[in-house]
Design a protein around this ligand. Structure first.
Ligand code: FE
Length: 341
């Protein structure tokens, strides 16, 4: 009996060891994500189905996640950092968080201006101008530059200057027009404010519709969300707005991305790259973009989205996001200097 027990004990031990090994072999990718859309869930499940690699998502605000990765250092369990806006990706890069990625799949599928050697855009949003049709015409607000015209005094509304969407737009202006002109432009925007900058893009949409403001800028997906909203008041409110794709006469409308990169200290290098390549696949592109009413970055992939169809698609800026990213620190100082808070 004693012998048997020992035998069983040994057997149990053996099984335990095997089980432990299996757990260690079970691949799990830790994705630190500042993108929180319900639809992304289905995408992660699909990746697991295809590859057997599980996804563990750690959610937070971009700057909190970045601080966390930095503090965790070499021990960071983070494999992927996923976020919205090139500005946050640029900060991650500047902090040395990303590893370079060499992938023919990513290089062939993602347009060159929407990626660097470390981070990659997987969906695209445009920064559009919205105006109150009773106060202004499309011709008056045809470009970002026009928003600073003295004729628009007391009509412009905005999110706070430090908001990443403003920051990236300002940086893109510096990349196109240089520092002096951009600073003048930003001063002009501040001079045209209808109220002190506050709220997010949706607050600006509502304020323009109500007539409290005449004009503002908004990311495209907030507009689409309102256009296809189940609430009739949202749809009615959109009827009072005109939507402009700015700068069609020159460099095209400013765009930004949702994107990701591989964290330098990952112990799952291969799986992490597989995940990025998966995000560039046709089906994932559709899900990832449509989940937040954005456009896929892979050019032949289309989404079936009523709201996106309604706002159309005009010429977008082809300047490499990396060039814009380089101007971000200057843009931040400039926004502070002109009192855009
Ligand atoms: Fe947003």
């Amino acid at each position: 009996m004693k012998k048997l027990l020992t035998r069983h004990g040994l057997l149990a031990l053996g099984l335990g060891a095997l089980l432990g090994q299996a757990l260690a072999d079970e691949k799990v990718l830790n994705i630190y994500s500042a993108r929180h859309y319900q639809a992304d869930e289905a995408l992660y499940d699909d990746f697991t189905r295809q590859t057997g690699i599980k996804i563990n998502r750690i959610e937070g605000k971009a700057h909190e996640l970045l601080e966390r990765i930095k503090n965790e250092g070499q021990n960071s369990p983070a494999d992927i950092f996923l976020t919205v806006d090139a500005a946050s990706l640029a900060v991650a890069d500047a902090w040395g968080i990303f590893a370079p990625v060499k992938s023919s799949v990513l290089e062939s599928r993602i347009p060159a201006h929407l990626r660097t050697d470390k981070w990659f855009g997987f969906s695209m949003r445009a920064r559009l101008i919205i105006y109150n049709k009773r106060k202004l015409t499309a011709e008056q607000v045809a470009s970002y530059e026009s928003l600073a015209a003295p004729t628009l005094k007391g009509l412009y509304c905005s999110t706070p200057g430090g908001h990443v969407y403003n920051l990236t737009l300002a940086a893109s202006q510096i990349a196109h027009r240089g520092e002096a002109e951009t600073e003048q432009w930003l001063s002009g925007l501040v001079a045209n404010l209808a109220r002190s900058p506050r709220g997010g893009d949706t607050d600006q949409i509502k304020a323009v519709a109500s007539g409290e403001c005449g004009v503002a800028v908004s990311n495209s997906y907030y507009l689409v969300r309102m256009l296809v909203s189940e609430r009739v008041e949202d749809r009615n409110l959109m009827k009072r707005l005109g939507i402009v794709w700015p700068n069609q006469a020159n460099y095209g409308t400013h765009i930004n991305i949702s994107g990701a990169g591989i964290v330098k200290h990952t112990r799952n290098r291969e799986a992490a790259q597989r995940f990025l390549e998966y995000l560039a696949s046709d089906s994932a592109q559709r899900y990832f973009a449509n989940g937040n009413n954005e456009w896929p970055v892979v050019s032949h992939v289309t989404v079936d989205n009523e709201g996106l169809a309604e706002i159309g698609r005009e010429k977008t800026d082809a300047i490499p996001l990396q060039q814009i990213a380089l101007k971000l620190p200057v843009a931040q100082k400039m926004l502070d200097r002109v009192g855009y808070r």
